[in-house]
Design a protein around this ligand. Sequence first.
Ligand SMILES: Cc1ncc(COP(=O)(O)O)c(C=O)c1O
Length: 476
Amino acid sequence: MAVDWARGGPDLLVALDRGAGPLGIQLQDQLRTAIRDRRLGAGERLPSTRRLADLLGVSRSTVVDAYEQLLAEGYVESTVGSGTRVAAIPGGLTLRAPGVASSPSRPIVADFEYGIPDLGSAPLTDWSWAVSEATRALPTAELGDADPAGSPHLREVVTAYHRRVRSGCAVAEDAVVVSGFRQGLAFTLATLAQHGIRRIALEDPGPREHDLIARRACLDPVPVPVDDGGLDVDRLHASGARAVLLTPAHQCPTGVALGPTRRRDLIAWADEVDGVILEDDYDAEFRYDRQPVGSLQGLNPGRVIALGSVSKTLTPAMRLGWVLAPPRFVPGIVEEQRLSSRGTPALDQEALALLMESGRYDRHLRRMREIYRARRDVLAVEVEHAFGPGRLHGLAAGCHALLRLPDGTSEHTVVTTAAAMGVRVNGLAHYRFPGMETEPRPPALVLGFGNVSESQIREGIRTLARSAGHGGSDRA
Ligand SMILES: Cc1ncc(COP(=O)(O)O)c(C=O)c1O
């Protein structure tokens, strides 16, 4: 269903697809994209809710809800007598991919960069409520230097959350609040080095830079391959490492979940080598088709260090995360934190505690799960249409998937051709540690769909298919 409301409002096409998920979400999505892409300019008037509902053939409450959501996010303004108008949003909200090799005037078709949540959906209204509550409630005494381990309140709330949602078993004393996962990782690795651990196994393929973070902590990183069941635990045994860092809930970047037997084998490995498992719990909150998989930390709290972050659940700009560690490692991690920065900002910590305690965090996650599920469904349909069946993997959870390209395709050529056509995407090669690849991998693209609208996904996948057809082959 497509509607053009040229008369009595801005010239904008809204197309709702009754087979493609909730109509209200589609409407929000398209209006948000139109505003971000400057197809709707600041001050432009949107049609009345009644008129738009009539034009689209949807209930008025669907349109009212969509407008209210955009109002809460600051995309539109509403004044009595002049209806709903597009708000002036800062230029920074325009999706502009730094790595795309395109001329300045070329529009960005889609940015499939991995690991970015929907920035336009960051719960800023809830966050400003939480910050103002925190500012009001924080006792004067806590405005000085605080405990580098983090505020007792947030440590309590985060561990309760982890027990409730992730089947963990940590208590507040096991938690250290950090400025995001990466900082937690750096502090943890430095602590492991002090405990005599020399070698750490990393997933291959895996997130870029983890090898560099390990080396900075004076550890020796060793890659261990990931297959369809997750990290290969036999190869882990053979690696001689006594620590391993992995993403068991939704492997970065292949999207596989660590299977039940592998989980048991991994725990047994840790007991056998007196080792430590670093669980990057990234992506655990977003699950679609399968039962939740609990945190490894709950299975063996003496051997697992769980690292969490709100970078994906809220926004990377908040720079907040936590490390849940066995008691023997906590003092070392806290000391790293104390020496590096004396701790994470107290007001932000209190705001996050209030956000989580008030139920607003869970509510936001519920809303985002539906948005991501709708995007994932669009991605699956578009990829199947453009590349054929069975090529997309790792869709059961999270906000990224792996697109296997036809054998012989040059990943590099597809990535650079797509970039020139306005689509930003990384090949699997981007997730290998240079010079440390365990084995060759078939060509593939990592498609992050957290921060691309459904219409951008459609357009982006079509462009990728054209890129793969345009000289994307290694064959002569
Ligand atoms: C695998 C993985 N884990 C965790 C994170 C979150 O990191 P941070 O909290 O430092 O933003 C990222 C972010 O890109 C990631 O790629």
